[in-house]
Design a protein around this ligand. Structure first.
Ligand SMILES: Cc1cc2nc3c(=O)[nH]c(=O)nc-3n(C[C@H](O)[C@H](O)[C@H](O)COP(=O)(O)O)c2cc1C
Length: 146
């Protein structure tokens, strides 16, 4: 059976809702992991790592950046990966998901999907309409490429 981890950070809970919806869409093989609980042991026998964070100041949160940095070079060889972020609908928004994917690829992962971007309607949310369903659907699509 595939082992899939959906690793996330969230300040106000919106990215958590997206991460939960992705797990939901992925089905039985996927489990949710908050970034503060992440250890290298989670990488054992891993099929896929899906990681997501809100954009905070044009980049992933500090906790997410630290978790990604803690992954040793080459440790994601043979692991499939994808990333997502949540962001406000403003035209200068920076990026988190793309940076996460870059880091996962640098650790040896095979990136299996374009970074997925989900919108919040204000700093603390709520999520824009339809984003939960879109996240579920994204999860369903990802699981097909495993
Ligand atoms: C300190 C801080 C910096 C932020 N910087 C950005 C940014 O650069 N671009 C953007 O689109 N949204 C930015 N936001 C809005 C966040 O993306 C939004 O709060 C987040 O998506 C909500 O998700 P969460 O509930 O999981 O924290 C920022 C929010 C905070 C608190």
């Amino acid at each position: 059976m595939n082992k899939v981890i959906v690793l996330y950070d969230s300040g106000f809970g919106n990215t958590k809702l997206i991460a939960e919806a992705i797990v939901d869409g992925m089905g039985d093989s996927a489990s949710l992991l908050h970034v503060s609980e992440f250890t290298k042991e989670h990488l054992n026998n891993l099929t896929a790592l899906i990681a997501g964070s809100p954009i905070n100041g044009f980049m992933p949160t500090e906790k997410m950046q630290a978790a990604l940095k803690s992954i040793p070079a080459g440790a994601l060889k043979g692991v499939k990966a994808a990333s997502f972020d949540t962001r406000m609908h403003i035209w200068i928004h920076g990026d988190a998901a793309k940076k996460i994917s870059k880091r996962l690829a640098a650790a040896g992962a095979e990136i299996i999907a374009d970074p997925a971007l989900f919108r919040v309607t204000g700093k603390e949310g709520p999520l824009a309409e339809g984003e939960i369903e879109r996240a579920k659907e994204w999860g369903r699509t990802i699981v097909k490429s495993l």
